[in-house]
Design a binder for this molecule. Structure first.
Ligand code: NAD
Length: 492
């Protein structure tokens, strides 16, 4: 048993220094696989907000003045640093939110490295402009300039990824950056900040942890913060929009989803079954913004696809709920108690709404780990598939954010499009078909920011990632972290 003295304590990164909260207060971070406290993070205050913003503001002019090629060199060095510290960071991410180590180490860390190198390679985008002929003796031109201090607010389901996607592009564009990680899983971000401070000048990157309800308003409304990029829930996005109402501060909102994953009868069904299970029954227990949580299957193959999906999910060689630090485990726990209770309540709601449990539905550590007492108080939910007859049920309309999907049949393209778009969200969609013209129709007609055909969830350098409707607006990219200035020069 870990005693209070053995708990690892993490600190804010302010002005290049490891800094506790001004009051010395700390918050517990819970290991979701055991339900036990494993780390302590600063419970920062409004006073700490003032300190961190002042240091980021002070660092801005000299960082912004560097040629982009020099900032790119910093990004490359950070990418290299991940090779050295990847193992440590992936273990912290896994411990903090339960995302299985086989995915955080082999998938996440290489993705982070790629983002830093990509930001380095694209650095000049942030300083490119155009010239426009405006008559014989005058011309116009555009300049790109950094915004100032950027605030990145990140969620608990993917702390290191969301940290990186915000920091890398905003920094290389010449901004200084403050990251505010989720209070539920901040340790990996605080350590990441400490490592990055070995490379970056003081104040260029800061990390401050604390409760959104205590320091969120002070951060987002701070007059010295020039842009806010949130990855989180719609509720938080609305609160932020209200807090800064009347103040024209640009925002990026990367929010939730209720993404359809649609299989037509002509698809490669085995590939589709892999794509469907891999899009929602993931290593971080379906806590994925683009999770394919509404599975739609053409009626003629409905029974066959259910059999294929079941075959994969009930095969212990493929699905192994277990200690996320064990490389054999394929799915970890729900990341925190509040989210666990939410997911469980949606499974109960589904049954009340008349959904039929195709597989899964069980939850609670004691159900799965009676022989492993250390896991029995963790937040475990097994992959759950609920068969429904109507897309209007609450379990089809509201984001559950767990390893829970609904499945329903459709007959025609028209019907598939209507069901896919019958949602307030618009983040992702999967389409499985070998008919090229049908694929094109679906791409055009589905209202979502990201459509994947015969694959799911892939993102990559050069491709924007963002949502439509209540899934948000804007996308973390170099250009979105710059102003575009116009200028006209008269020569005559
Ligand atoms: P959340 O909205 O509860 O919290 C996100 C962050 O906002 C945390 O750091 C929190 O402390 C902070 N926060 C809370 N209240 C605040 C306030 N008033 N002012 C400023 N900051 C405040 O979200 P979560 O539960 O941590 O994450 C899950 C959500 O994130 C899901 O809806 C998921 O779909 C979404 N998400 C979206 C993407 C994407 O790219 N679209 C990626 C990952 C997660």
């Amino acid at each position: 048993m870990i005693t209070a003295n053995e708990l690892k304590k993490y600190h804010n990164l302010i002005n290049g220094d490891q800094t506790p909260a001004s009051t010395g207060d700390m918050l517990d971070n819970i290991d979701p696989s055991t339900g036990k406290v494993w780390a302590k993070i600063p419970r920062s205050t409004i006073e700490d907000v003032e300190t961190v913003v002042a240091s980021a503001r002070k660092a801005f002019p000299s960082w912004a003045e560097l040629p982009s090629i020099e900032r790119a060199e910093y990004m490359r060095r950070i990418g290299d640093l991940l090779a050295e510290h990847g193992e440590e960071l992936s273990a912290l991410e896994t411990r903090g939110n339960g995302w299985v180590i086989r995915e955080t180490s082999y998938g996440l860390i290489p993705a982070l490295k790629q983002i830093w190198y990509d930001a380095a390679g694209a650095a000049s985008e942030g300083s490119e402009g155009e010239t426009i002929q405006m008559g014989k003796s005058s011309f116009g031109c555009t300049l790109r300039e950094p915004l100032g201090v950027v605030l990145g607010i990140t969620p608990w389901n993917a702390p290191l990824f969301t940290f990186t996607i915000k920091a890398a592009y905003a920094l290389v564009a010449g901004n200084t950056v403050i990251i505010k990680p989720s209070e539920h899983a901040a340790a990996s971000s605080l350590r990441y900040g400490e490592l990055l401070a070995e490379i970056l000048p003081p104040g260029v990157l800061s990390v401050i942890s604390g409760l959104g309800s205590e320091i969120g308003d002070a951060l987002v409304s701070h007059p010295e913060i020039n842009k806010v990029s949130l990855t989180g829930s719609g509720t938080t996005a609305k609160a932020i929009a209200q807090t800064i109402a009347g103040n024209p501060k640009p925002l990026i909102f990367e929010l939730g989803g209720k993404s359809p994953n649609i299989v037509f009868a002509d698809a490669d069904l085995d590939k589709a079954a892999d794509g469907i299970t891999g899009s929602i029954f993931t290593g971080n227990a379906g806590q994925l913004c683009v999770g394919g949580s509404r599975i739609l299957i053409q009626r003629s193959i409905f029974a066959e696809m259910i059999t294929r999906i079941k075959g994969k999910m009930l095969n212990p060689e493929i699905t192994r709920l277990g200690d996320p630090m064990n490389p054999e485990s394929t799915m970890g726990p729900i990341a925190n108690l509040a989210q666990y209770e939410k997911v469980c309540s949606y499974i109960d709601l589904g049954v009340e709404e008349g959904a039929e449990i195709v597989f899964g539905g069980r939850h609670g550590g004691e159900v799965f780990f009676s022989d492993q007492p250390q896991l029995s108080e963790g937040y475990w939910v097994e992959p759950t598939l609920l068969k429904v007859n109507s897309n209007s049920l609450r379990i089809c309309q509201e984001e559950i954010f767990g390893p829970v999907a609904t499945v329903m049949p459709f007959d025609t393209v028209e019907e598939a499009v209507a069901i896919a778009n019958d949602t307030s969200f618009g983040l992702g969609a999967g389409v499985w078909t070998n008919d090229l013209s049908r694929a094109h129709q679906m791409i055009r007609r589905i209202a979502a920011g990201n459509i994947w055909v015969n694959t799911y969830g892939r993102v990559g350098p050069g491709l924007p990632f963002g949502g439509f409707k209540e899934s948000g607006y804007g996308t973390d990219s170099i250009l979105e972290y710059t102003h575009k200035k116009a200028c006209v020069i008269e020569l005559g």
